[in-house]
Structures are given as structure tokens and as C-alpha cells.
Design a protein around this ligand. Structure first.
Ligand SMILES: Nc1ncnc2c1ncn2[C@@H]1O[C@H](COP(=O)(O)OP(=O)(O)O)[C@@H](O)[C@H]1O
Ligand SMILES: [Mg+2]
Length: 317
């Protein structure tokens, strides 16, 4: 029955019962009213109000459930839908709401995929520019310095060798930056090697990175490997920037035939910031894109643990 008819039927029956009682020989109202009659009428009105409140509460409960669901709706945790039950209008409302959520989640997934693709393309472009333009120029400077150092009088030679060394270090740094922008090793050597190289890069920052990478990982699609790599990269750079950690554990395990799990655990001061920055949001977006679950929790020792649970598509190796 529709909400309108439910409420109407309930009110109509209460009014009809009250009218019948007033017409019946048991209830009379004299003029002026006697105390006993006033009490009977008051009790009657009270009973009607109570019945009204009870029925309205029950009839409107689905609306409250829906509003609760609406308040909880979170596009970064998709797939949760309100249950369509109750009066016809409510079922209709819940269905409309669920369809709206479907559309919003789809649109969000498409736009985040587009943003991630654009970001990757931009990074590749930057990495190429750095490698091909700046890298080549620095290499030329390095060769010139070497030639100069060989030709120069002895008193200048030491300084020139120093300049050569600085240029070589800059070139190494440039290669590291380019690798971070475009993890070429990911395609050439696979995820485990790329993560090992990443761990080695971060180990220079001042904390120890201990990695435990399963030897036998299932074959993952390229975009899944890239997402895992980027999440590890952001988690490690957060540990370097915010945690004041002494040790970071980086794990990639093939936990079951259906899942691979990435864990980055630091022993730093913990992630207490209420607001998520673009880094953590980016990790969530990437997790969503590949259907993975991301959780960021405090460890028992007060540090931060970032876990990414990635479903393995199809049959694992
Ligand atoms: N491993 C961590 N240890 C301590 N604090 C962290 C850690 N990771 C993140 N945070 C906190 O969470 C905030 C948001 O992180 P993030 O979204 O990556 O943004 P950003 O790194 O640009 O500040 C950080 O500013 C920091 O306060
Ligand atoms: Mg960050």
C-alpha cells in the first residue's frame, strides 16, 4: 500500500472509531461537562494521538533508513546500496537513489581513469624531456670537463675533476628522478625489480628499507602493476616526508590465489592528520581503478601501515 493510503487509512479509522464511540450509548457529553466525561474524552484523545504517533513512526521508518544511507553514501567506497522495501513511494525513491549512485560511481570511475592516464602521460613526457634534453646536455658537459681536465695545467686539474664529479652526481640524480617519473623497469624487469629499485632509492633518504617480495608473483595487468608501484612510491615518500621513521618494511605477497597484498609499514610517529592530502587521495583513486582495497592504519608500535589488497584477475599462476 502506498504511504498516502497507509496514513489516510490509519487516520480515517481512528476518526471513525472516535465518532462511533461518541454516538454509542456508553459515551455521553453533558452540558456543562462532568469531570468523569472530560476524563473519558481526554483518555480517548490521548489514545488516538498515541496510535497516530505509532503508525506514523512505522510508516516513516523506511524514509529514515534511506536518509541514513544517503548520509553514508561515499563514492570512494562504491557498491553499497539502500534496500528497496516498504511502501511503493519508498521503493521508487530508493530505486531512483540507487540508480543515481550507479551513474555517479560510473562517472567518477571514468573521470579518475582519465585523470590517472593524463598524469601518467605527463610524467612520461617529463621523464623523456629530462632524459633526452637535460640528460644529453649534462653528458656533453661531462665529456667536455673530462677533456678540459686532461688538457688543463696541473693547478686547475683538481677543480675540474671536482666539477666533473658534481656533474656526474647530478646526472645520476636526474636518472633517478626520470626513473621515478617513468618506472621503465616495470616493463623491462617486472614489478618486484621496480619495487627493489624504489626501495634502494628511498634507502638513501635516511631510513632502512627492508623489503620482502614474494618470488612467485602472478602475472598482473600492466595498469595493476603501475597502480601498485605508485601506491608504494607515495607511501614510501610519505614515510620519508612525514614519519621520521628509522625503518620501513615493504612487502609484496601473493597471499592467496585470488589476491596480492602490498604493505608499507613504518615505525615513525604515526599518521594523525585528519585531512587527507592529494597523495592519500591519489592512492585511493588508484586502488579504486583496479578494484583494490586500500587501508591506512596505525601499527601497534605507533607507526603507519599502508595496505593495498589487490584482487588477481582470472586464474593465478
Ligand atoms: N607515514 C606517515 N607518517 C606520518 N604522517 C603521515 C604519513 N603518511 C601521511 N601522513 C600525514 O597525512 C597527511 C596527508 O598525506 P598525503 O595525502 O600524502 O599529502 P602530502 O604528503 O602531500 O602532505 C600528511 O600531511 C601527513 O601529515
Ligand atoms: Mg604524500
Amino acid at each position: 500500500m502506498s504511504l498516502f493510503w497507509r496514513i489516510f487509512a490509519m487516520n480515517a479509522s481512528l476518526l471513525v472509531i472516535a465518532a462511533l464511540l461518541l454516538l454509542s450509548p456508553w459515551i455521553t457529553v453533558s452540558s456543562p461537562v462532568l469531570l468523569k466525561e472530560a476524563v473519558v474524552v481526554a483518555v480517548g484523545v490521548l489514545a488516538m494521538l498515541l496510535a497516530n504517533a505509532l503508525v506514523l513512526h512505522r510508516a516513516l521508518a523506511p524514509l529514515q533508513r534511506l536518509s541514513h544511507r544517503m548520509a553514508q553514501a561515499d563514492l570512494s567506497a562504491p557498491g553499497i546500496r539502500a534496500e528497496a522495501a516498504g511502501p511503493a513511494e519508498m521503493v521508487q525513491l530508493v530505486r531512483t537513489f540507487n540508480t543515481m549512485l550507479d551513474r555517479l560511481e560510473n562517472e567518477r570511475a571514468t573521470s579518475s581513469a582519465r585523470v590517472a592516464a593524463a598524469q601518467e602521460a605527463e610524467r612520461q613526457h617529463l621523464a623523456r624531456e629530462l632524459h633526452d634534453e637535460v640528460g644529453q646536455a649534462l653528458t656533453a658537459v661531462l665529456l667536455q670537463l673530462k677533456w678540459l681536465a686532461d688538457q688543463a695545467p696541473t693547478r686547475l686539474r683538481k677543480d675540474l675533476r671536482g666539477a666533473q664529479e658534481t656533474t656526474r652526481e647530478s646526472l645520476d640524480e636526474l636518472r633517478r628522478i626520470a626513473r621515478r617519473l617513468r618506472p621503465g623497469v616495470l616493463e623491462d624487469l617486472g614489478l618486484a625489480s621496480a619495487l627493489r629499485a624504489l626501495a634502494a632509492d628511498f634507502a638513501r633518504v635516511g631510513f632502512t628499507v627492508v623489503h620482502h617480495l614474494d618470488h612467485k608473483l602472478p602475472t598482473l595487468p600492466q595498469e595493476v602493476e603501475l597502480a601498485i608501484y605508485r601506491v608504494a612510491q607515495e607511501a614510501l615518500s610519505n614515510a620519508a616526508r612525514h614519519a621520521s621513521a628509522a625503518r620501513v618494511d615493504l612487502e609484496l605477497r601473493h597471499t592467496s590465489s585470488e589476491a596480492v597484498e602490498l604493505v608499507i609499514r613504518d615505525d615513525g610517529r604515526g599518521c594523525h592528520s585528519a585531512s587527507e592530502g592529494s597523495g592519500i587521495r591519489g592512492m585511493r583513486e588508484r586502488a579504486l581503478l583496479i578494484g583494490a582495497r586500500l587501508s591506512i592504519e596505525a601499527t601497534s608500535r605507533g607507526g603507519t601501515s599502508v595496505q593495498l589488497w589487490v584482487p588477481v584477475p582470472g586464474k593465478a599462476e
